[in-house]
Design a protein around this ligand. Structure first.
Ligand SMILES: *Cc1c(COP(=O)(O)O)cnc(C)c1O
Length: 395
């Protein structure tokens, strides 16, 4: 059999993935697992998904040759402009796909959990678009920290429910969402926001985001006369923008894959989110993957200046890309990411999300060949991060 980095028929990437869930959740994931590929493969689904990506999200997003950055780093840097998607980041590609899936499954109600609020906003957006009821679970602490996104969700018609247990952050919101889904198996679909969770979520989300690498191929062919870049670079929180950017290159070994994680204040400071460097195999959100944990298996509270990378694990695809050495993993500190975000703003007129700024920081220490083509997935725009940039640089 040909070696593949895609999911196998049992829902695994190498030894990672699967569905480690309470028995009471089994009917919900089973309904999805047995139907998702047929639904996604149907002509009517493809037609509706493609039309919404085009007219509502604004796809295809440009592949832009960053001339000044390329000259500075002496290589050929292209930016895949996911920041130009409606709502300002890649997350909406997945929420559009999942709400269409929910409709095909006969669901009338959507739930989601969110940490920083970005996935909550992307979910509330598509629920408004489809006129579906939307409940977003969010830790009580996060509700205080992310007030603008809470306001957006409310304006879009969603109900935001506070998770008051534990540390009152993302994992507590996840527990509440799972409890809701167990209680409402018939009418409710749970929209997960990254390539995490029990099978088939990581594969389904990767497929929805794979439009990113599909477009990169045809756009690069037009600009460079070849479909494959030498390197494709993306930041990794849970890993969905990265999975989308890598998807059509996974089994093309001549394309080097680079994953950039948040080192926070430094890998060994106890305040980081560098899962590949610090993680051990364990179970989080229903899948076996790499996650940061204590010796006795308690999940460690992650830290990064960027809310979207502040996650204690990575999806199972990325755990496998790391373990098999298919991808090169680099971790970047808050400090280096912030400097890169400011540099890209001044040199290209594009203010990146702080998540994406981590990906740009690698050029300071990782050299590339002059004729090599490096595609950076520009996962989102920095408007949401303006206050953080302003405070940090005292602008
Ligand atoms: C949420 C987010 C991320 C991290 O999530 P992934 O699933 O790893 O892509 C990265 N960039 C932006 C702009 C985000 O909003």
């Amino acid at each position: 059999m040909k070696k593949t980095y895609h999911v196998d028929e049992n829902g695994y990437y190498g030894s990672f993935g699967g569905a480690y869930i309470p028995e009471m959740l089994f009917p919900n994931t089973e309904e999805l697992r047995t139907q998702y590929l047929d639904i996604m493969g149907s002509e009517s689904f493809k037609k509706e998904f493609d039309a919404l990506l085009k007219d509502y999200v604004g796809r295809p997003t440009p592949l832009y040759f960053a001339k000044r950055l390329s000259a500075l780093y002496n290589t050929k840097i292209y930016l895949k402009r996911e920041d130009l998607c409606h709502t300002g980041a890649h997350k909406v590609n997945n929420t559009i796909g999942q709400i269409l899936m929910a409709k095909r499954l006969g669901k009338t109600r959507i739930i989601a959990e969110t940490g920083a609020g970005q996935h909550g906003v992307a979910t509330a957006t598509v629920c408004a678009l489809m006129g579906m009821e939307c409940v977003v679970y969010m830790g009580a602490v996060d509700i205080k920290r992310q007030a603008p996104n809470v306001a957006r969700m409310k304006m879009l018609g969603a109900t935001v429910r506070a998770a008051e247990s534990g540390s009152k952050t993302l994992k507590d919101a996840t527990n509440e969402a799972i409890r809701d889904w167990i209680n409402n198996p018939v009418n409710t679909h749970y929209i997960i926001g990254s390539v995490v969770g029990p099978h088939p979520y990581p594969d389904m989300v990767a497929r929805f985001q794979s439009v990113i690498s599909k477009e990169i191929k045809s756009q690069l062919l037009e600009k460079e006369g070849r479909e494959n870049p030498d390197h494709v670079v993306a930041c990794v929180g849970g890993g969905s923008n990265a999975a989308g950017a890598y998807y059509h290159f996974l089994d093309t070994p001549q394309v080097n894959i680079i994953a950039v994680e948040a080192a926070g204040k430094g890998i060994h400071t106890g305040e980081s989110a560098a899962t590949s460097a610090l993680g051990k195999e364990g179970i989080i959100h229903g899948s076996k993957t790499l996650l940061m944990q204590t010796k006795d298996g308690q999940i460690t509270e992650p830290y990064s200046i960027s809310a979207g990378l502040d996650y204690p694990g990575v999806g199972p695809m990325h755990a496998h890309l790391f373990e098999s050495k298919r991808a090169e993993f680099i971790s970047v500190t808050d400090q280096d990411a912030m400097a890169a975000g400011l540099l890209v703003s001044k040199m290209e007129g594009i203010i990146p999300a702080i998540e994406t700024s981590h990906a740009f920081a690698i050029f300071e220490s990782r050299p590339f060949g002059k004729e090599e083509v490096v595609v950076v997935n520009l996962s989102g725009r920095g408007d949401k991060d303006l206050n953080t940039y302003i405070d940090y640089f005292k602008l």
